[in-house]
Every structure is written in C-alpha cells, then in structure tokens.
Design a protein around this ligand. Structure first.
Ligand code: MG
Length: 298
C-alpha cells in the first residue's frame, strides 16, 4: 500500500496498481472520513492511518472509487513542506571518495553524519520539470536518495526507538548545482534552487518496522543505470541518523530526511557528466513507487 496525493490535492491510496480516491470511497461506502489529504493523515496519527487503510482495502476489494494508477494522476506525496528537508551528505563511502577530488574536500569517511538542509521551495512532484536556472548554474547534477517521513514527533530519540517515529519512505532526488555548491563553501545555494527536490510519487508506510538492509536504490539518467546501492552500504544507518538529527532538535510530524546518495553522480565521472536539458532522471527504491523527472529543455 502506498499513500499519494492526487493532482487536485486529495489523499489517494495505491494498492496493486490501482489508485483509490479515498474521499470518494468514503462517500460511496457511507464512512465519513476526516482525513482527505496527506497532511491530515499525518497529523491524525496511527488512528487516522488505520481508518484510511481499512477504507482503502474495502474500496479496493469492492472495486469502488478506483482507477488504474498512472504517475500522471499524482503530484508530490507531500503537497508542500512545513520545514526544510534534513539532508545527509557523504553517507556512502564510495560516493565520499568520488566527490573528494572534485569538491576539494577530504576523502576520509565522516566520523559523524554531515547534515545540511534543503529549503521548502525545492519540492516538486513526479513528472514535474526540474528548472534549468539558465544563467545561475551550468552544472546540474542528480542524487538518487531514500527519503524518510516522520510520523511521530520527538526529541532526543534513542536509536532503538527510531523506527517508531518513521511514517514511511519515498524516492527523492537531491538535485544539486555543483558550481554553486563548490563556489560558496556552504552548500545552501547549490542545493536550494527552486524545484531541486523532486519527491514521491508515494509515501510508503513502514508501520514502525525497519526497512530491510537489502532494499535497493537505483538512479537512471535517460534509462542508463548510474547509481545502485543497498541500505546496508550507508555509513550511518537510519536509526543513527534519526538519533543524531533529533539530539536537541524536535523532529516534527511530516519532517523529511534525505538519507544520502551512493556513488555514480554526474560529478563522479571523468569527464564529469552533468545533466543536459531534456534529460530524464528516474529514482527507484524497492517497495515504493519510482520517481521520474525531466530537466527542462533549453
Ligand atoms: Mg544528497
């Protein structure tokens, strides 16, 4: 089961390639449902989630309010962000090595997670176009990542409790302007251009359970495999990331954590292979729906 947001902003549930309009299903089945968009589902906690799940399963079994799922029918699963995305830098050893030379930084593995953030203006949905920002950057790169969405707020979260705070996971592309990232020392400008954070199309719930370490992430450019890794290759695992981020900072419901990218980004090639206008980037992760976005044409 996957939660999505339809183009008109309503909560949808995808079950086996069928998209269920949860509001329409509730009306047809005579079940009044308060949680008709993604934020009200998140804010409603476990009770809201159970209501939505039960209704979605009934509608699916009865063939009510369901159509074949197509990426064109949905937007970013989170229709907007309330806070900046927490991002982890250099969380895969082979990626840390490939960028060290190019960025003029150390190839040593970090002793602690490297954290930066992407501003709320970066969010776009599946099939949305990544802007070119002509005249601002000439080195646009992709970073396929697994994003976590927080479902239960907390501060100073212990590693063993981390997964109980996770609502679900999604595909994410940490699009980066490498020239700005390098020129300005701090990464903020290189990471925060409008539309540089495609996410979704679904948030897939984890129900408090850890994702298996063999979950595989791939990223393709125009169909060519560029990045491939499993969660086992992370330097800092997900409980460590949540414990680190929540140390003295309250994680709120709906916060997004982008967990870092493996080797194979454009900057890592010799010569470097940045995105060209019109290129398509697809991020796929086992168990959730894939994310595809095109860079705008010149
Ligand atoms: Mg990244």
């Amino acid at each position: 089961m996957h939660y999505v947001t339809t183009k008109d902003g309503r909560l949808g549930v995808v079950i086996k390639n069928h998209l269920i309009d949860i509001q329409a299903a509730g009306i047809t089945l005579g079940v009044p449902l308060k949680h008709t968009d993604m934020w009200s589902l998140l804010d409603g906690g476990a009770k809201a989630q159970e209501e939505v799940d039960v209704l979605a399963k009934r509608a699916y079994e009865k063939g009510i309010a369901r159509v074949a799922y197509l990426p064109q029918l949905v937007t970013s699963a989170l229709p907007h962000l309330r806070r900046n995305v927490f991002c982890i830098g250099k969380n895969y050893a082979d990626h840390a090595a490939e960028i060290a030379d190019k960025m003029g930084i150390s190839a040593d593995l970090p002793k602690y997670p490297i954290v930066f953030s992407k501003a709320t203006n970066t969010l776009i949905g599946p099939l949305d176009t990544i802007p070119l920002h002509d005249g601002v950057t000439r080195k646009i790169d992709y970073e396929g990542e697994l994003a976590l969405v927080i479902g239960k707020a907390g501060v100073n979260i212990a590693k063993q409790d981390a997964w109980s705070h996770v609502f679900g996971f999604a595909c994410y592309n940490d699009v980066s302007a490498r020239d700005l990232q390098k020129r300005h020392g701090q990464w903020h400008l290189g990471k925060c251009l409008d539309g540089f954070g495609p996410m979704g199309p679904a948030i897939t719930p984890t129900y408090g359970q850890p994702l298996p370490s063999d979950v595989r992430l791939t990223c393709r450019v125009n169909g060519e495999l560029r990045q491939e890794a499993t969660l086992a290759q992370m330097i800092f695992d997900i409980p460590t990331l949540i414990a680190t981020l929540s140390a003295g900072i309250t994680l709120e419901v709906g916060d997004v954590i982008a967990t870092g990218t493996p080797a194979g980004v454009g900057m890592g090639f010799n010569p470097m292979r940045f995105l060209e206008p019109g290129d398509t980037v697809e991020v796929a992760i086992d168990g959730t729906l894939p994310l595809s976005n095109k860079l705008a044409s010149a």
